[in-house]
Design a protein around this ligand. Structure first.
Ligand code: ADP
Ligand code: MG
Length: 325
């Protein structure tokens, strides 16, 4: 459904997208995942035909976007990061206007708008002024806009950004439902979004594709990465003891709710055997007169895998800068 080959885009001196290649097959729901500034919106705008590429080629439903832009665009429903909505229009008026711009024939327009309203689950908002809608509903109007004419491919740029938890849940459910009949490529900088809605992820950072695979495959890119220890006694002493164990790359202590209890999160060195480190830590702590009431492996969360892949400490942090080379 989407074929991208060696796609690059520069804005003057800024290389926003660098030699990105991937494909999305019919029926897939794929997450385009990366920190802010990774190049997600730029890539999606190019796919949707709103921005020219500097290099590379893109085919949508078999049509090259540079050679057959109208055919390619006809297959796509695109929801930009911020939809330009008109506050003074009623939802149904806005969608009618959008259907006209998208050249839905006059006779078919009413039915197309009705279907999009139904698909986005906002039929009850049809006559409300857009300016009076909550952010969640405005987002769904953007989604309804993308759904106009029932395109087989949906490209959604951060569809749940800025929504509250209830709205996020609703929109994710909607995307899952839409994904049963259509191909979806959605961008996000939030991992749970991908886990909640997608079958596969493309991870992008610094304009480059850094990983690709099923959610399980991406998770499996990191083995057990640490240990979680529950200790009783002086937390600072426990920390010093744990840090001295072979195979421990780092550790930090958090004081527990109860007096005298603390948890220590241990990061393992790349070559460390988690069992040996756990045994060594428990032996040393108990030997020093400290109590150990909990030992658990900490398998890498998708968050950790993500920050390791993208080099971002925080998914919402500053744009990723590539180091040297
Ligand atoms: N119109 C533009 N002009 C110049 N630089 C831009 C423009 N749009 C985006 N960029 C830069 O390109 C990079 C990628 O941006 P973007 O595609 O918006 O990333 P994302 O959507 O992943 O946050 C960033 O460094 C951003 O500052
Ligand atoms: Mg973006």
């Amino acid at each position: 459904m989407i074929e991208v080959e060696h796609l690059s885009k520069s804005y003057g001196a800024v290389d926003a997208v660098r030699d990105v290649s991937f494909r999305v097959d019919r029926g897939e729901v794929v997450g385009f995942l990366g920190p802010n500034g990774a190049g997600k919106s730029t890539t999606l705008r190019i796919l949707a035909g709103f921005l020219g590429a500097t290099r590379g080629r893109v085919r949508i439903a078999g049509h090259d976007i540079a050679e057959e832009p109208l055919l390619a665009r006809a297959a796509i429903g695109y929801m930009p990061e911020t939809s330009p909505l008109y506050p003074e229009l009623r939802v149904v008026e806005y969608l009618g206007f959008r259907a006209e711009l998208k050249r839905v024939p006059r006779k078919a327009r009413k039915a197309a708008v009705g279907q999009a309203l139904a698909d986005a689950r906002i039929e009850h908002m049809a006559d409300v002024l857009i300016g009076h809608l909550s952010k969640g509903y405005r987002q769904r109007v953007g989604l309804a806009d993308a759904l106009l004419g029932s395109p087989p491919l949906l490209i959604l740029d951060e569809p749940t950004a800025g929504l509250d938890p209830n709205q996020i849940r609703d929109v994710r459910a909607l995307i899952r439902r839409l994904g049963q009949e259509r191909t979806v490529l959605l961008s996000t900088h939030i991992l749970p979004e991908v886990e909640a809605t997608c079958t596969r992820a493309l991870v992008i950072a610094g304009g480059r594709l850094v990983a690709e695979g099923s959610i399980d495959e991406i998770r499996a890119m990191r083995r057990t990465s640490g240990l979680h220890l529950g200790v009783r006694g002086d937390a600072d002493r426990a920390l010093a003891i744990v840090r001295a164990i072979a195979g421990v790359a780092g550790a930090k202590a958090t004081k527990g709710a109860a007096e005298g209890l603390a948890t220590i999160d241990v990061d393992l060195a790349a070559s460390a055997d988690p069992v040996a480190v756990a045994e060594g830590a428990v032996g040393a702590l108990v030997g020093a007169g400290l109590g150990v009431h909990e030992v658990a492996p900490r398998s890498a969360s998708l968050e950790q895998v993500f920050s390791e892949l993208t080099g971002a400490d925080d998914a919402a942090g500053p744009p990723h800068e590539e180091a040297g080379t």
